[in-house]
Write a protein that binds this ligand. Structure first.
Ligand code: AMP
Length: 112
């Protein structure tokens, strides 16, 4: 797959403050926040998008959800939203799988 800016961030090639990191994932603030708290969680492995994964990635995907839970707690969020944009038609612009953690304001539904 083509390298992305998130690949560079995950490898430490672009200086970025990590709110959380372990051997499989890192979390950092979105550069263009859509809510008072807007954190991105990415696997270190360069997976393009959720629909490119198979059942062999179930453990990693579960891990990313656990990281989201930890980051939300760390940010003091009682309520929050997780978003995965899968594909350009759904708003995906960076083709390195990422979870958006959004919170800190009332979040309307349905989303745009
Ligand atoms: P998506 O549209 O779901 O692919 O989300 C990509 C997100 O990455 C957007 O919310 C951007 O604001 C964010 N973004 C792009 N470049 C960076 C960067 N260098 N650091 C942090 N967030 C970024």
């Amino acid at each position: 797959m083509a390298d992305t800016i998130f690949g560079k961030i995950a490898r430490g090639e672009i200086p970025t403050e990590f709110l959380y990191e372990d051997d499989r994932a890192v979390a950092f603030r979105d550069v263009n926040p859509q809510a008072p708290v807007h954190v991105l969680i990415i696997p270190r492995e360069p997976i393009t998008r959720l629909s490119a994964t198979g059942d062999d990635r179930a453990e990693l995907l579960g891990h990313l959800l656990g990281v989201a839970r930890k980051v939300a707690a760390q940010e003091g969020l009682e309520d929050f939203r997780l978003v995965v944009n899968d594909g350009a038609g759904a708003g995906q612009t960076v083709f390195h799988l990422h979870l958006h953690v959004l919170g800190g304001r009332p979040l309307g539904w349905p989303p745009g």
